[in-house]
Write a protein that binds this ligand. Structure first.
Ligand code: MN
Length: 310
């Protein structure tokens, strides 16, 4: 499965690793985990990580490299955790000599020369871990911790449908290193008390459609100036996860580039609705950006219709 990827890693002296914008645990985990894996196993490689800062995961201290365009000449670019070309942060990967993509989103379009895509995996980190295991690569504690972080976050703490015996086998492989689970989980879960109070305020904004699709709509003027719309949107959607009788929910956050929509489900496949509005993702977690509130309300009506069918 990874022969061609390994061949390209061996072939190119300079390797630049990309992932999606507004990186989550899986994007940063796979990016930093793979960078460490390559450095630990292939001496003398110049490995760079690029993209927007990891503001959602400050404890990781994932410092992105600022590299000139020329570095892409004769380089291999590896793209992780990105379901479409639109999702990839830093489009300069298109100028690399060769490109590889390792991903677990539902396939939308071809992005790289060599593609390892398997949407049965819970995380991109799971796929990178499988590569490490299958190719007998040396695994460091740093790499194991990063890959485990992506696995645990993208699987909803090992709770989603995508979790299988293989997920636990790969997690067990990572746990062959002494990963500090207490510290990792504290870092992932601990929130500022002011944010917890803010969440409580937002709980009061939850509304329901006739067929019980839960939603929160935050207008541009209600968004604090310091807040970043995509981060707010992914943060708030979780508030609606555990409401009895709700099987699909969506958070809308207005921003300068449109209304960010984060769709979630514990039953119906909501992915086709995100795709219809220009986005993508997974069967039970997808997202898109629509131009205005009217379009957002059409999307909500589609979700309301969907839950009556499934
Ligand atoms: Mn992912």
């Amino acid at each position: 499965m990874f022969e061609q990827v390994l061949q390209l890693i061996k072939q190119y002296p300079r390797i630049i690793i990309h992932r999606h914008s507004y990186p989550d645990g899986d994007a940063i985990g796979s990016q930093m985990g793979l960078a460490a894996l390559i450095k630990d196993n292939f001496k003398g490689k110049d490995v760079y990580v690029v993209g927007d800062p990891a503001t959602r995961l400050p404890f990781v201290n994932a410092v992105m490299d600022e590299i000139p365009d020329e570095y892409y000449n004769g380089a291999l670019a590896i793209i992780l955790d990105s379901g479409s070309a639109q999702m990839v942060c830093d489009k300069r990967y298109t100028t690399a000599a060769a490109t590889v993509r390792i991903d677990h989103h539902i396939l939308c379009d071809k992005v790289a020369d060599v593609e390892v895509i398997d949407s049965t995996f819970e995380s991109a980190c799971g796929l990178v871990t499988l590569m490490a295991k299958e190719c007998n690569l040396k695994l460091s504690l740093e790499s194991a911790t990063m890959l485990y972080m992506g696995m645990v976050t993208d699987s909803g703490r090992f709770a989603f449908d995508s979790v299988s015996a293989r997920t636990f086998e790969l997690a067990a492989f990572l746990m062959s290193q002494p990963i500090d689970l207490n510290t990792l989980n504290y870092n992932l879960n601990a929130e500022d008390f002011s944010d917890i109070l803010n969440k409580a305020d937002n709980m009061h904004k939850i509304k329901f459609t006739p067929n019980n699709v839960a939603y929160i709509y935050t207008a541009r003027e209600d968004l604090p100036e310091s807040d970043n719309a995509p981060i707010v949107s992914t943060g708030l959607v979780g508030l609606m996860r555990d409401i009895k009788g709700v099987h699909a929910w969506v958070n809308f956050t207005e921003s300068d580039d449109g209304v960010h929509c984060e769709l979630r489900s514990n039953r119906p496949n909501i992915n086709p609705i995100a795709v219809k509005y220009g986005g993508g993702g997974h069967k039970k977690a997808s997202g898109c950006i629509v131009p205005d509130k009217a379009t957002a309300m059409k999307l909500l009506a589609d979700l309301d219709e969907l839950v009556t069918v499934e």
